[in-house]
Design a protein around this ligand. Structure first.
Ligand code: ZN
Length: 388
């Protein structure tokens, strides 16, 4: 019995201690558990935030549908970021500040990335509507210079070296500038040599105000003479029109280059030297010229100029019809009546004028037998001048 009493005392004395000990152990275990839960929750949400952040930074969409799918996945009310916000209440208080900042940064980043992708789509859509000016163009085959342009530029260049400047004027002109001021008397037969196309004309009556297509570029000379004071040294290239039946040797339009020089003491000798210079520059230094008396209403005296045939060298061939000479241009001293009608004192000033057909010179240089080839735009013909 005594042993039982001893055991009872022992239990009685140490029971409250044992209970206290068990409670203490339990408390330790609970703290450790909650601590573990808290650490796990914090680690888990932080890892998921950084995982989502890297997904968002690298996300891309090929079209608007994919972009909308991304928005639903990350930013909608049931999206992954909203889910993290709802788990935020489980985050321990001491970590709420840090996790909250991470969550807000994640949401901002996702919104910014989404807007950026949206802008890219809108810009791409706008660009599709506009032509892309930076695109490399389809290769365009390069053309060649027209033979008439080549010859015109060559003649202008030859005269530019001796001080002639280019003057320009309208192709649709009035009768006064084309005929009246150039000493064509009304109803004079010389007008028949230059029949043209009329734009405005009273039936059966000739008036200085009739509107027509110019028959020569001398109309530019009259305009220059009325607008400038001598000395005048101009070259007038341009297209002219005649009422002609179209054939291999004639056309209803062709091209002329006319020259005009007016100053004190200009003589026929000056004209001859300038024309010899032109012939040698155009056809070679061995070229000879000859002048034959002729008639033009606007020059006195007048002449036709021939050059020695550049095919046979002057010995005679089929091209020069055995004569050794080919006609190239008309020229003469400006008629005093023309000077006076343009307001230039013919007692003080004199001058010369000349005019040549660009087709005629091109024919002599490149042997183009049919005049119509110049205006038919046949590339097989035009390509032959590639090397010129
Ligand atoms: Zn010949």
């Amino acid at each position: 019995m005594q042993e039982i009493e001893i055991l009872y005392d022992l239990v009685k004395n140490y029971l409250h201690f044992s209970i206290f000990f068990i409670i203490f152990v339990c408390f330790l275990c609970e703290s450790a558990f909650y601590c573990f839960v808290n650490i796990y929750t914090f680690m888990s949400i932080s890892e998921r935030i950084s995982g989502l952040l890297s997904q968002i930074e690298s996300m891309s969409a090929a079209n608007a549908e994919e972009l909308e799918a991304l928005r639903i996945k990350y930013l909608s009310k049931k999206g992954e970021i909203a889910a993290l916000f709802s788990e935020f209440r489980n985050v321990p208080n001491e970590q709420k500040k840090e996790v909250g900042a991470q969550l807000n940064a994640l949401k901002d980043k996702a919104t910014e990335r989404m807007n950026c992708l949206k802008d890219q789509f809108e810009q791409a859509t706008q660009l599709q509507d506009k032509p892309d000016l930076t695109r490399t163009p389809d290769p365009i085959a390069l053309g060649t210079r027209h033979p008439l342009s080549l010859v015109r530029e060559e003649i202008i260049d030859i005269f530019a070296r001796i001080g002639f400047v280019v003057a320009d004027g309208p192709e649709v002109e009035d009768d006064q500038h084309v005929f009246g001021m150039l000493n064509f008397a009304p109803e004079h037969p010389a007008r028949d040599m230059q029949d043209t196309f009329f734009i405005e004309k009273e039936q059966g009556v000739q008036k200085p105000t009739d509107i027509l297509l110019r028959t020569h570029t001398s109309s530019v000379q009259t305009r220059v003479m009325t607008q400038q004071k001598p000395p005048i040294r101009v070259l007038c290239p341009g297209r002219v029109y005649r009422n002609e039946a179209i054939s291999a040797r004639a056309h209803c339009f062709f091209h002329q280059i006319e020259g005009l020089y007016i100053d004190k003491n200009v003589s026929f000798a000056d004209l001859r030297e300038v024309l010899l210079y032109l012939a040698k520059e155009l056809f070679g230094q061995e070229t000879k010229i000859r002048l034959r008396p002729s008639y033009f209403p606007f020059t006195e005296p007048s002449a036709e100029m021939d050059i020695s045939c550049n095919i046979c060298g002057g010995t005679g061939c089929s091209f020069c019809k055995g004569t050794g000479w080919v006609e190239i241009l008309g020229c003469g001293m400006v008629d005093p009546n023309v000077l006076e009608s343009c307001g230039i004192d013919s007692k003080v000033y004199s001058g010369y004028a000349f005019g040549l057909g660009v087709e005629r010179v091109t024919n002599l240089k490149y042997r183009v037998k049919d005049l119509r080839l110049f205006s038919e735009n046949d590339v097989r013909f035009l390509r032959q001048f590639e090397s010129c």
